[in-house]
Design a protein around this ligand. Structure first.
Ligand code: NAP
Length: 405
């Protein structure tokens, strides 16, 4: 198989992972790092020298890469800021390239729909960097769900507790923002770091292969404990088309980073999966099954899948733009339902200096999320003192997000 030629936009932040992934494929003879956009070469002197040394074409702007790499680069990868995803994806598709865009592909349904439209009219494809959909555990569990092994899916419940210091929000200009550069970012647990797990919740709730379940209505609460514009703590209850409910409980103000936990409840069994571990299924007829984690890194598998798809070795893209439409609808529905991002008052927080930065802990958040997960209740339903009740928001015919804080 002829190695697939990649062009990566950026070398800092998550772009480092994109370059690493392409170089893994390069060593396997499946990919080639052909070009990279480095808009601030003085910031990345070592990497510029290393890449130049191996003959990678380096451009100062994305537009230069588009102009000069037709016929050379086959897949452009976009590990760039969230608010840049739409315009850059569309520009790359319209110029004839295939694209891997990072998650979330867009944060408004109107932007995602435009990207889907352009992809349909373009020769190329756009894969999305939701890497769980490229992991063997997630794919095997999804296969069981689609084959009806778990019966009708009734509930998918997900919890994720991470700890993010202030330095996380200081790493770039858009982190923690609701709007940046005049565009929605909606940066937070739902759209960004823990978004994989909401995506998984919707993916497991659908019994159709290659699809996530469409949300019908959403009830959500959004909070901030850090001094940011966006949210860092959330809970969602999502009713999906087939009647199942998806619950998502998340915070970036936990005491430690924990691997997110998923529970899929069907009429014929329950599956439990903690990210990075095996899937455990208990069937109602008394059988038990373990789906082994193969140890592969999903972040690299996204690239392998795109390369193999391009060469006809894989029959499908593991996470397509269309597959993420229920996710983006749910994200917009969550903001519509919450109406606002509520501050968690300081008396409920422990804020202290840590690791050259500052940590923010919501007191009791581990217990709160465990209880919410167990009871399938939002924080206000549990009577958490800092929580505000919200109403369901219907997503029927919803096609435009517009909101200010
Ligand atoms: N799949 C995952 O698990 C995962 C994990 C982390 C992040 N992500 C996603 O990855 C994306 C990037 O996140 P991040 O936190 O790394 O963002 P970031 O801190 O803003 O880094 C983005 C990088 O892209 C570069 N860049 C942006 N626009 C560019 C342009 N027009 N030309 C050249 N370089 C450009 C930046 O260059 P400068 O340094 O010169 O500004 C920077 O190196 C986001 O969509 C995020 O959600 C995904």
């Amino acid at each position: 198989m002829k190695p697939v030629s990649f062009g990566v936009v950026g070398v800092g932040g998550y772009a480092r992972m994109h370059i690493y992934a392409v170089e893994v494929l390069e060593r396997e003879g499946l990919g080639k790092l052909s070009s990279v956009v480095i808009r601030n070469p003085s910031k990345y002197r070592g990497e510029v020298a290393r890449l130049e040394g191996k003959g990678v074409n380096i451009y100062r702007s994305f537009e230069d890469m588009l102009e000069n790499e037709a016929g050379n680069v086959e897949i452009i990868t976009l590990p760039v800021a969230i608010h840049q995803h739409k315009d850059m994806t569309i520009a790359a598709l319209k110029t004839g390239f295939n694209v891997i865009v990072e998650k979330p592909p867009a944060v408004t349904i109107q932007d995602l729909d435009e990207m889907i439209r352009v992809e349909r009219e373009s020769p190329g494809f756009c894969a999305v960097g939701f890497q769980s959909q490229s992991e063997c555990t997630v794919r095997s569990l999804k296969r069981r769900i689609c084959e009806g092994e778990l019966g009708e899916i009734r509930e998918v419940v997900v919890k994720g507790r991470w700890k993010r210091l202030d330095s996380y929000y200081e790493r770039n200009a858009w982190a923690g923002k609701f709007i940046y550069d005049g565009k929605y970012v909606l940066d937070g647990t739902v759209s960004n770091p823990l978004s994989h797990y909401l995506m998984n919740g919707l993916y497991f709730a659908s019994m159709s292969w290659g699809e996530a379940a469409n949300p019908v209505r959403v009830r959500a609460e959004l909070y901030r404990a850090h001094r940011i514009e966006g949210e860092d703590t959330s809970c969602l209850e999502v009713e999906v088309e087939n009647g199942a409910r998806v619950f998502f409980f998340a915070t970036l103000c936990g005491p430690t980073d924990e691997m997110p936990v998923h529970e899929v409840v069907g009429s014929k069994g329950v599956a439990r999966w903690t990210k990075g571990q095996d899937v455990h299924i208990e069937y109602s007829d008394g059988r038990a099954e373990i789906i082994k984690d193969d140890g592969a890194d999903g972040r690299i598998e996204v690239f392998r899948n795109a390369a193999r798809y391009l060469r006809g070795a894989d029959g499908e893209i593991n996470c397509t733009l269309s597959m993420t439409r229920p996710f983006v609808l749910t994200l917009n529905g969550a903001y519509e339902s919450a109406g606002a991002i509520r501050d968690i008052p300081k008396r409920y927080l422990t804020i202290r200096r840590e690791g050259g930065s500052v940590s923010t802990l919501i007191n009791g958040i581990v217990k709160i999320i465990d209880e919410a997960f167990k009871q399938r209740k939002l924080y206000s339903d549990l009577g958490v003192e800092w929580a505000y009740p919200t109403r369901y928001f219907s997503l029927k015919d919803y096609e435009f997000f517009k909101m200010s804080l």
